[in-house]
Each structure stands twice: as C-alpha cells, then as structure tokens.
Design a protein around this ligand. Structure first.
Ligand SMILES: Cc1ncc(COP(=O)(O)O)c(C=O)c1O
Length: 443
C-alpha cells in the first residue's frame, strides 16, 4: 500500500490547483516552472521527470531536507520530551533565545552587546508585527515608518509597511500611523522625524524583493543618529539578510548603532520548520510587557517557540558556523565577480549587486512585441518587464530555479544554498551567460 507521503506526492499537486490556488498552478504551467517536485537529493530537488534542480529562492540555506536538521528533529520526535508547555515556561524557547542573543552579540567588530530577549513566532510577518507593537508600547507614539520598495509580509501591520502595489493597495484601510518614506532618502527621513511622533523605523539592510537594493552608508548613519536622538526604535528586518545570508551573521552588525530589534525568519528553522524571532533588549521588553502580571502575555502566540521548531533552529545554528558564513562571503564575492565579467558585454545586462549569497542581476527591458506579456496572452501584466522571467524560464531547463524580485521584475534574485558546490556556481554562470546571450539575439 502506498504511504501517505507517496499518495500526497501523486495527487496533491492537482489538489493544490483545485483547492488552494489555481492561478499559481497555471502560472507554473505556463512559465514551465518545474513544479512537481517529488524528492530532495543532496540539497537539490528532483521533479517527476527526474530532473534535479538547484533552488535559488533562499529559504533553503542548508539545502532541502538537510540531514543534520531532519536527524535532530527526528531524535526529538522519538524522545518523550514535552513538546508544549501549558505554563508557557518553555525550556526550548529559553535555550534558543539565549543562544540567538549570544550569537547576535558577537560581531565582526567583536562583542557588541545589544540583545538579551527574544520573542518567537512562525512567520517573518509576525516578527514584524511584534516589532510594531513593541515600538508603540515602549515609546507611546503611533507612527511607524518603512521605506518605499519594502517587503515586510502580508499580515495587516506589515502589509501597511509594504511597497505600494498588489501586496498592499487592495487591503486598505491600513493600520493608521503606518506608512513609508522614499527609499534611502536622508531628507525624507529627517523631515519625517520633525513632527516628533515616530515610534519606529523598520528597514531591510538590503531590500531583496525591492530589487536587491542595499541601504547607503550615509542613510544608515543618519538612521542610527535620528532614531537615537528621538527615542524611536530602529528595527532591522533581517528576515532575508540575517543568519549569514549577506556574508555576516547579521547584515546590520557593523552599523554604527545596533538596531533595537532584529527580525529573523526564513532558514531559522533550517528550511524544514517555520519559526521567526524578534531579538531585542531586556529593558525594552520589560517596559512593554514587564510592568505587571496582566500585560506579561499581552502579545503572544500559542505555538511561540514550541519544541520541535526550536530543535530545528538549534540544528540550523549548529550548521551556521563562522567558517560557513566566511564561505558565503567568499563564494558570494567570487560569484558576483564572475557574473559581472561574463555578462558585461551583453546589452540586456545592466549590473549585479548585493552581498554574500544575496545577489541581484539587473536586466534591461525590451519593447520587442513578441517578448511582451500581451504576446503570451497575459495582458494584465503588460506593464511588467519580461526579460527576467524569460531568463528564468530558460534557466529552469538548465537545472536552476531562479526568481525575479517580487516588487521589481527587472531584477533576477540569486540566493543559493550556503553549501552549494563552487563547480555548480560556475555551471550556473555559464548557463546564465548562454541563455541571456540567446535572448539578446532576439531583441
Ligand atoms: C524582508 C522580509 N520581511 C518579512 C517577510 C515576511 O516573511 P513571511 O513570508 O515568513 O511572513 C519577508 C518574506 O519574504 C521578507 O522578505
């Protein structure tokens, strides 16, 4: 008899189309995305046709179904340890909080003590919500700012801090007091502080979905200064950039002032289980939730830091050694250089930017009528650039699952696993060069 897993892998893809999201299924079909993944193999995925594919989405920093992580979770499941603690005094959350704070305090510039408290939830968006609420309760102010082009998640608070567009606009009215200012614009930041009502500024050190755009040094310096002067919380959304992705443990760890809150998610659960965290200082937590017993649990979620996910996070941190982070920095720098050199002469290539293994390849657009979304029968996408998606389509066939940035389809987002072999990256650069050259001949 087929196991439950086998049955799901046989019928679940069609069930997804019917019961979850038909348009996502149709899009995958039309764009030739390898969607019927049935196996994980050495960090990659294998589809029904037997094609192995390297996933560049970035959630699987240790490779799909990393053995050490599955083993740690299996050992926990085979034990008789409690998994959920009715008193909420949870040793798994406790030990993970200690470990994350201690690791975050150790930076490339030595020990920079900043974090002594953690709040856990399941998604990046919930970590953003935790920061919004912390900022309001600690400062007594209402206004929370983000930067244009941001991606902070889809719950109502984080959605209000998102880039304008389909992820945000249809869902108004938005949470009052939450809005964005122009990206990395020092004058706009200074003007926003003039009214004296800012509770927090939430920023991504590098906007990934916004087009892999790093904040400038000048803007970061002003951000650090103004938030301190005005007693506003500086919140670094490191859901994408954190946990080694930028070639440092935290992309913000060398900023002149350490953020009051750091948000982590994505591969915190080893890519296997969902967990997110907000790291902050004990004084801030105590101001917010430590004044009396009634409010001590005023912000919580039922499965905050439940055991299995914390075990997966511990296993992920075991893997995330200083050597591995150095490797991300080294191979990321080499990859960026190789991409720059091999694509430099191609007219559809503009630049490559980012840090570590969070790179963005900026592509020029074309107005060739055959290469428009209208030509492919997707008129509602007529305003969007096509070259990035056409390139993705061609790269799927070469075994690489690439993505364009959610808010900027002219940028190809490259976020390989940290353990990827250097030969495979060289193979990727070759495929990229050949496929973009092919598209250049068409325009
Ligand atoms: C920077 C950033 N913050 C927050 C989120 C939201 O995370 P989640 O999808 O887990 O809610 C994302 C998701 O991609 C993100 O990129």
């Amino acid at each position: 008899m087929a196991s439950r897993t086998e049955t799901i892998l046989r019928h679940g893809f069609e069930d997804f189309r019917e019961f979850v999201n038909p348009l996502i299924a149709l899009r995958a079909e039309l764009s030739g995305e390898p969607a019927t993944m049935v196996r994980a193999l050495d960090g990659r995925l294998v589809d029904r046709q037997g094609q192995a594919i390297e996933d560049f989405h970035g959630t699987q920093a240790f490779g799909h179904r990393n053995r050490a992580i599955t083993q740690a979770v299996r050992e926990f499941l085979d034990s008789d340890s409690p998994s959920w603690f009715p008193s909420r005094v949870n040793p798994y959350a406790g030990s993970l909080a200690r470990r994350l704070c201690e690791r975050a305090n150790r930076t490339l510039q030595g020990e920079r003590h900043a974090y002594s408290n953690a709040f856990f939830s399941s998604s990046g968006s919930e970590a953003v919500e935790a920061a919004i609420k912390l900022a309001r309760i600690v400062t007594g102010k209402k206004r929370v700012l983000s930067l244009d082009g941001a991606y902070h998640g889809c719950t109502m608070g984080s959605c209000a801090l998102m880039a304008k567009g389909p992820y945000r606009d249809p869902f108004g009215p938005h949470v009052p007091g939450l809005s964005s200012i122009p990206f990395a614009d020092s004058d706009a930041l200074a003007a926003a502080f003039a009214a004296g009502d800012v509770a927090a500024v939430v920023v991504e050190p590098i906007q990934l979905e916004g087009g892999v755009r790093p904040l400038t040094k000048e803007f970061v310096e002003l951000l650090c200064t103004l938030t301190k002067e005005h007693g506003a919380l500086l919140v670094a959304d490191e859901v994408q950039t954190g946990l080694g992705r930028s070639g440092k443990f935290l992309a913000s760890e060398t900023w002149p002032r350490r953020p009051d809150a750091i948000l982590l998610a994505k591969h915190l659960g080893g890519g296997l289980l969902p967990i997110s965290a907000m790291l902050t200082r004990r004084e801030l937590f105590e101001q917010a939730y430590g004044q009396n017993f009634e409010t001590s649990e005023a912000h919580n979620c039922t499965f905050s830091g439940s055991a299995a996910v914390c075990v997966a996070a511990h296993a992920a941190l075991d893997l995330l050694t200083d050597e591995l982070i150095d490797r991300v920095d080294r191979i990321g720098t080499a990859l960026r250089r190789a991409i720059q050199e091999s694509l430099a002469s191609l007219p559809l290539f503009a630049e490559v930017r980012g840090a570590g293994l969070a790179l963005g390849i900026v592509l020029r657009s074309t107005d060739h009528p055959w290469l428009s979304f209208e030509h492919f029968g997707m008129g509602d996408l007529a305003h969007q650039p096509t070259v990035g998606l056409l390139l993705c389509h061609r790269l799927y066939k070469r075994g690489f699952f690439c993505f364009v940035c959610g808010h900027d389809w002219s940028v190809l987002r490259i976020q390989p696993r940290f353990t990827i072999e250097e030969e495979r990256l060289a193979e990727f650069v070759r495929a990229l060069q050949e496929e973009l050259s092919y598209l250049c001949q068409l325009v």
